[in-house]
Design a protein around this ligand. Structure first.
Ligand SMILES: [Mn+2]
Length: 463
């Protein structure tokens, strides 16, 4: 790591270690939940009194939950983009720290943010990773595995592997014996899903002919001579297969996709690094970083992020059961969302696709549905997707979720900037990463907003 950044982290960490009565405020996705857990763990170990709050976003409404807390506030995985607002309310918030990887709105003495040191916050390190580096600066490296779950949750491995600062964290985990990295098939559910289900529900990429079809998934596997059941009679997961069977299955999937005309780079994305948490039980969601992240995302999106934090901190009892129930429920909603998507007519602007689900898809999962729309080829990969849904708390507002892919980002697309600048122009707010971002805008100014975004994408692509 660059020395200057390390110094800054150490400075903030040491100052933080002198505080007590701390309130951690974090984002409700997998990265924010793991960041929160890493900080809670650290501060407990330092003997501090600590509370935490995990929220959907830090905006003009939620800021009120942070005011007058009489505690030192530590923002993780959020805060950098809202620095102006935090400064504005400084007298009510009191003493605060920001540990965040989103593009910063400005400089602040007690801020840890990789952008100032030439790192890419979208790829090199996540919010959880930064929380980990703060903990590491104070001698605590036990939570490296959680920082990897956070990075994977933020899709920082989307080109097949983790990079840069994430790599340092991964190496720490490997040295400690908590992590293992392998080159393997990256389909979701390698640990926790029965093999036919892993194939039929795969979304990245979707498997032509197998998607949604249990019978054809079963016969596909049987044709390869793969036994579907373990000796105990239970259905096998991918991780139960022998090396030869894995190789056989991978090449069969490769051929299946090639035959269906899937672009080479999408197929290659199916194979890459997978991160195993060695201290977790085999065939559970917690054993695989991507599945762990999905579990946490479902807790966050269904407004029980504290359950996710508990599981991160080691609860394998009530909290763990609770988290699994939440995931089941979340999957059901996703299936319904996907069904909706399949009946939907997509709309098209010059530089993006969009659809307005109104009240038919909950705003909490609209972004995921938009992302899956790519995987299911509902939207060709040549333009970003904007998905709109009613705001749950305010009928006059509209929630916008946008998704792109690596290719589009390479060509110049930056969704975070487009959401941030254009939402403000129509009296809303927004922001995020180059590849995934969101906004809240007044519904009546929807078309104006879409036209502004269209114009900005055009500009981004022409650079
Ligand atoms: Mn994040």
């Amino acid at each position: 790591m660059k020395e200057k950044f390390q110094e800054q982290i150490k400075r903030v960490a040491e100052k933080l270690s002198e505080e007590d009565n701390i309130l951690i405020v974090s984002h409700h996705d997998a990265d924010g939940i793991t960041a929160c857990a890493i900080m809670v763990d650290l501060l407990h170990k330092l003997g501090k009194d600590v509370e935490f709050r995990v929220i959907k976003q830090l905006d003009s409404i939620n800021i009120n939950k942070v005011k007058n807390s009489d505690r030192t506030v530590v923002f993780t995985d959020m805060g950098s983009g809202q620095l102006d607002m935090l400064m504005e309310h400084r007298d009510k918030i009191g003493n605060f720290y920001v540990i965040d990887h989103h593009p910063p709105a400005g400089r602040y003495d007690m801020q840890v943010n990789p952008h100032f040191f030439g790192y890419d916050g979208g790829r090199d390190v996540s919010g959880a990773g930064l929380a980990y580096f703060v903990a590491k600066a104070l001698g605590h490296k036990e939570m490296a595995h959680l920082a990897i779950v956070g990075a994977v949750g933020d899709m920082q491995d989307s080109d097949g592997r983790l990079h840069s600062l994430n790599r340092i964290i991964l190496d720490d985990g490997i040295k400690q014996g908590t992590m293992k990295v392998k080159h393997d098939l990256r389909l979701f559910g390698r640990q926790s899903r029965a093999l036919p289900r892993m194939l039929m529900y795969a979304s990245d990429p979707v498997l032509p002919g197998l998607v949604g079809n249990e019978a054809s998934s079963v016969s596909f596997l049987e044709d390869l001579g793969i036994d579907l059941r373990r000796e105990s009679g239970e259905l096998k997961s991918y991780v139960d297969l022998t090396i030869d069977e894995r190789r056989e299955l991978t090449s069969a999937l490769y051929i299946l996709l090639l035959d269906a005309g899937t672009p080479e780079y999408i197929i290659q994305g199916m194979i890459g690094e997978v991160y195993t948490l060695l201290k977790e039980r085999k065939r559970t969601e917690l054993r695989d970083a991507k599945e762990f992240a999905t579990l946490l995302n479902s807790c966050g999106r269904q407004e029980v992020p504290e359950v996710g934090v508990k599981v991160c901190l080691g609860d394998r009892d009530k909290g763990w059961k609770n988290a699994k129930d939440t995931l089941q429920h979340y999957r059901k909603k996703l299936r319904e969302g996907l069904e909706f998507l399949s009946t939907l007519k997509k709309k098209e602007m010059e530089n993006f696709y969009y659809f307005d689900a109104e009240g038919r898809i909950e705003e909490s999962i609209i972004g995921v549905i938009a992302g899956m729309g790519y995987g299911a080829r509902k939207f060709p990969p040549d333009k970003p997707v904007l998905a709109l849904a009613d705001d749950r708390d305010n009928p006059d507002m509209l929630k916008v979720s946008s998704r792109a892919n690596r290719d589009l980002v390479r060509k110049g697309i930056h969704l975070g900037r487009a959401m941030n600048e254009n939402s403000q122009l129509v009296g809303g707010e927004g922001g995020g990463h180059d590849i995934a971002a969101g906004a809240r805008i007044p519904r009546e100014r929807r078309d104006e907003f879409l036209a502004l975004v269209d114009k900005m994408f055009k500009k981004q692509l022409s650079r």
